[in-house]
Design a protein around this ligand. Structure first.
Ligand code: SAH
Ligand code: CA
Length: 237
């Protein structure tokens, strides 16, 4: 008998595409703001468009940001700015997002939509390797403990390096969210299982990350099976 694929699709870990489509059709698409729809459609024509968070995850993040009254946020990994625009819409008018990416070109793709939505003033974009930029932030006292929320969605191999630094930048009680933390379900695949995406290295990186975060006493941690997996960490001290 043929083995069922471990990965049910690019955007969900739900047990069927039909179930995911149901969620999208009933709750998500009717509630996705027009500007996000527009950016999602533009992004669909950009290389590696599946990197953007899916709209169901965006709705969740939007509600979380509002429940937390998040005002100062950080985004590591911007791409065309779908999750960035989602955050910009969720925080108050005087809220701030420090957005980091090594590639300004993809950010420029989404910028006109962000400007049209009148939220560009909330965004400070910094171009460069995230590790270098985090190190720079740590040299300035004003950034320590400033951030209510940090979304980490860049090069996964650096996540634990980011974690160490971001823990000093997020306030006590603030949240760090790591995207793609179930890696298409491959975190439990046997070592010799052929992977549908990426390589074994990336999978191993996520497995290690989940192990380290689960054992970190400085955070409360929760693994959400939304989209490609989302780990929420709340700084305790
Ligand atoms: N959060 C975005 C998707 C980000 S995709 C969304 O949901 O719409 C990952 C991004 O990380 C890419 O744009 C890539 O350029 C960026 N990236 C990769 N390595 C990086 C690094 N070392 N420092 C900063 N950004 C990096
Ligand atoms: Ca992602």
């Amino acid at each position: 008998m043929e083995k069922p694929p471990l990965w049910s699709g690019p955007k969900t870990l739900l047990k069927s595409e039909t179930l995911y489509q149901y969620v999208l059709d009933t709750t998500v698409y009717p509630r996705e703001p027009d500007c996000l729809k527009e950016l999602r459609n533009i992004t669909a024509n950009v290389q590696r468009s599946s990197m953007a968070v899916p709209p169901d995850e965006a709705l969740f993040l939007s509600m979380l940001l509002k429940l937390m009254n998040a005002k100062n946020t950080m985004e590591i990994g911007v791409y065309t700015g779908y999750s960035l625009l989602n955050t910009a819409l969720a925080i108050p008018d005087d809220g701030k997002i420090l957005a980091i990416d090594i590639n300004r070109e993809t950010y420029k793709v989404g910028l006109p939509v962000i400007e049209k939505a009148r939220v560009a003033h909330k965004i400070e974009f910094r171009e460069g390797p995230a590790l270098t930029i985090l190190e720079q932030l740590l040299t300035e006292e004003k950034y320590r403990g400033l951030f209510d929320f940090v979304f980490v969605d860049a090069d996964k191999a650096n996540n634990l390096n980011y974690h160490k630094r971001v823990m000093e930048l997020v306030r006590v009680g603030g949240v760090i969210a790591y995207d793609n933390s179930l890696y298409g379900g491959f975190v439990t695949a046997p070592p010799d299982e052929p992977l549908f995406r990426g390589d074994t290295d990336s999978r191993d990186v996520i497995v290690e990350q989940n192990k380290v975060l689960a054992a970190d006493p400085q955070i409360e941690v929760c693994q959400l099976p939304i989209a490609d997996g989302l780990t929420l960490c709340r700084r305790l001290y």
